[in-house]
Design a protein around this ligand. Structure first.
Ligand SMILES: Cc1cc2nc3c(=O)[nH]c(=O)nc-3n(C[C@H](O)[C@H](O)[C@H](O)COP(=O)(O)OP(=O)(O)OC[C@H]3O[C@@H](n4cnc5c(N)ncnc54)[C@H](O)[C@@H]3O)c2cc1C
Ligand code: SF4
Length: 375
């Protein structure tokens, strides 16, 4: 990293969920290709929910996965405390399912939309929404991609393995948190075409991509009740968002620009980088769905039913058998990628559900059996 940053920054290894075995490359499931960031893995080597959870779970005879199925609405019994029907549009027809426990996990925008769409006499503002919290406090991070063109080529295939948190909690000249710096997987000519700055004369997009250092900057956006998901009169989802905490992000960008300033590159003996150029991806009303990758916060959890929709176990305060387990439970977004926190919480709530179903002890003794038989 020393040739990249002129001054002394502490780099950290970013956790990457891939099944890469560097000690034994022939047997490694991950082949370390150049389409990891933002694409599905065609050899099933990403530790994503399909590979690690769904494909494993459906091997069990008591698990059924319904595909091409859109949950349209949740219906309660006459008390309004219990979900009694899950209305699903499947292959063009409506079907109703029921269960003792119902876990909604549609992502922060669609889960909020589902609850809002499920308004009824008992829940006039939307299901689980006596607090009027559902849909509010939408967050998605303030993100930007910044790129430096280096005179030297950057042959890295996948560079999203290093990060810098030196400014995460602030700095001497700015006491507030600024955020996290890491690399983007690797920009290529096709990605650059979408917003290539005219920066480097005589550089084609392909050449620029070969010489670029591509940074991903994340700052926390703060939970604002007016940033929200709602349902329009035509039934479509409406996302209303005004960016906030932008000074933190601008200062983070300035810190990175400063860090990229070089006198002489320690390897090549001259100044390598042509400069730092922004390809801003601020989430705002003008940004299409692609800008909501880090959506979270719309069904926040908490202890007080007046200020949160879910309790500490992610059960709806207003209902006895409804859980929401996805990015919507976040009360704040932090300034790091959200997926690992979403997964950790899902495992935590999963343990709670096992307890509630009385299955925890059965699972424990089965695990013990597996250990003792060496399976
Ligand atoms: C291109 C891209 C790159 C990303 N890279 C990273 C990264 O490097 N690191 C990181 O931490 N995060 C990353 N993220 C963010 C991460 O993928 C999300 O934070 C995470 O997947 C959200 O998990 P979730 O369970 O809340 O929702 P999702 O993973 O979105 O799952 C919701 C599921 O519900 C389904 N669904 C929605 N509505 C309905 C309905 N009504 N009926 C039935 N099914 C429904 C959807 O089809 C989807 O399968 C990235 C996101 C994108 C788009
Ligand atoms: S997509 Fe990612 S996980 Fe899959 S082989 Fe390529 S680098 Fe490995």
């Amino acid at each position: 990293m020393s040739p990249v940053f002129s001054n002394c920054l502490m780099t950290l290894r970013v956790p990457v969920g891939v099944m890469l075995d560097e000690k034994n490359p022939q047997k490694s499931r991950c082949i370390r290709c150049n389409t990891c960031d933002g694409f599905a893995c065609l050899v099933g080597a990403k530790s994503d929910s399909q590979v690690v959870c769904v494909d494993e779970a459906i091997k069990n005879p008591n698990v059924t996965l319904l595909t091409n199925s859109l949950v349209k609405r949740l219906e309660t019994d006459s008390s309004g405390r219990e979900i009694k029907g899950v209305l699903v549009e499947r292959n063009g027809s409506l079907e109703t399912y029921s269960a003792d426990l119902v876990v909604v996990s549609c992502g922060a925008i669609n889960s909020a939309a589902l609850l809002l769409r499920s308004a009824s006499d008992k829940h006039p503002r939307g299901l689980a929404n006596s607090s009027d919290i559902v849909g509010r406090h939408y967050m998605g991070h303030t993100n930007s991609v910044m790129m430096a063109i280096s005179k030297c080529p950057n042959p890295t295939i996948f560079q999203k393995t290093l990060g810098v948190n030196d400014f995460y909690f602030g700095s001497k000249d700015f006491e507030c948190p600024m955020g996290h710096i890491s690399f983007v997987g690797k920009l290529d000519a096709i990605t650059l075409k979408a917003g290539a700055p005219v920066i480097a004369p005589n550089f084609t997009l392909e050449l620029m991509a070969k010489h670029s250092l591509d940074f991903w900057l994340t700052s926390e956006d703060l939970p604002d009740p007016n940033n929200r998901v709602s349902i329009g009169r035509d039934g479509k989802i409406v996302l209303t968002y005004t960016p906030n905490n932008l000074e933190a992000h601008e200062r983070l960008q300035a810190k990175l620009k400063q860090a990229m300033k070089q006198t002489n590159c320690s390897i090549h003996g001259h100044e390598c980088h042509q400069g730092l150029f922004a390809r801003n991806l601020y989430v705002g009303q003008k940004i299409p769905l692609a800008g909501v990758a880090h959506q979270n916060g719309t069904i926040r959890f908490g202890h007080d039913p007046k200020t949160s929709a879910l309790d500490a176990n992610c059960k709806a305060h207003d209902l006895d058998n409804l859980y929401v387990v996805d990015g919507s439970f976040f009360p704040s977004s932090a300034a790091v990628n959200p997926a690992l926190t979403i997964m950790a919480n899902a495992l935590r709530v999963g343990d709670h559900l096992l307890d509630r179903l009385g299955a925890a002890s059965a699972t424990q003794s089965r695990n013990q059996e597996l250990v003792s038989t060496g399976d």
